[in-house]
Write a protein that binds this ligand. Structure first.
Ligand SMILES: Nc1ncnc2c1ncn2[C@@H]1O[C@H](COP(=O)(O)OP(=O)(O)OP(=O)(O)O)[C@@H](O)[C@H]1O
Ligand SMILES: [Mg+2]
Length: 206
């Protein structure tokens, strides 16, 4: 087999951890070079098997189509470039809505990937840097559960005696130190504003 580029190792960590998110951001579309009949005929059984496996893996990895909804330069996305500087002292939010399966998660993750790649390219300083955080809201999330999701993304240890305020403070402290300026919260409909826990969780984003 002659590959146009090695396939990335499969990503096992979910994007809701910093390791999984980094793997997602680093993912490149795979490429497989099709062999002409003579090249195929020249392969032994093991080579043919490896070639077929790589070809199947390539086709199983669906690409993300650059639809207008997912374009990172849309005017209604929050500023993710130099314009961010003008708003650095206040946070801005954007809610993405749509029917089930219409590509909301895909679009916000593409936005996050675009922002992270741009932020890393522009960063002059060294040291730890985590421009984007991606969490999903579990069903019926309380403020503590939500804070724990952020801690889980960051890999912060969660001793059982930590209360919600401790976790939230630790998370905010780490996010500030790591220069995070884009927080993606998926499945936010799981916050039920009719319950006290849901309303308090919602307040946490303020
Ligand atoms: N731009 C795209 N290119 C290729 N596939 C896409 C694109 N957008 C969405 N999909 C695919 O469509 C499916 C649904 O997308 P996604 O999970 O982002 O939708 P969603 O709106 O977040 O759904 P839900 O409401 O269930 O959370 C997924 O398999 C995803 O890979
Ligand atoms: Mg989704």
């Amino acid at each position: 087999m002659t590959g146009g580029g090695a396939l990335d190792a499969p990503v096992h960590e979910p994007p809701t951890t910093k390791e999984g998110w980094a793997a997602f951001v680093g993912q490149q579309p795979s490429r497989v070079e099709l062999l002409p009949p003579a090249g195929l005929a020249a392969l032994d059984a093991a080579g043919r098997d490896a070639y077929e496996q790589a070809r199947l893996a390539h086709h199983a990895r669906l690409i993300v189509v650059a639809t207008p909804d997912g374009r990172p330069d849309r005017q209604d996305w929050p500023p993710v470039d130099g314009a961010q500087q003008r708003h650095r002292h206040r946070s801005r939010g954007l809610v993405v809505t749509g029917d089930s399966g219409t590509g909301k998660s895909t679009a916000i993750k593409q936005l996050g990937k675009h922002h992270e790649l741009l932020a890393r390219r522009r960063r002059a300083a060294g040291g730890p840097f985590l421009p984007v955080v991606y969490v999903t809201v579990p069903p019926a999330a309380t403020p503590k559960v939500l804070a724990a999701e952020f801690a889980r993304f960051l890999g912060l240890p969660l001793p059982p005696n930590l209360n919600q305020v401790n976790i939230t403070n630790a998370v905010c402290d780490v996010l500030c130190r790591l220069g995070t300026d884009l927080v993606l919260v998926d499945e936010i409909h799981n916050l039920n504003l009719a319950t006290r826990g849901g309303a308090e969780s919602s307040d946490q984003f303020a």
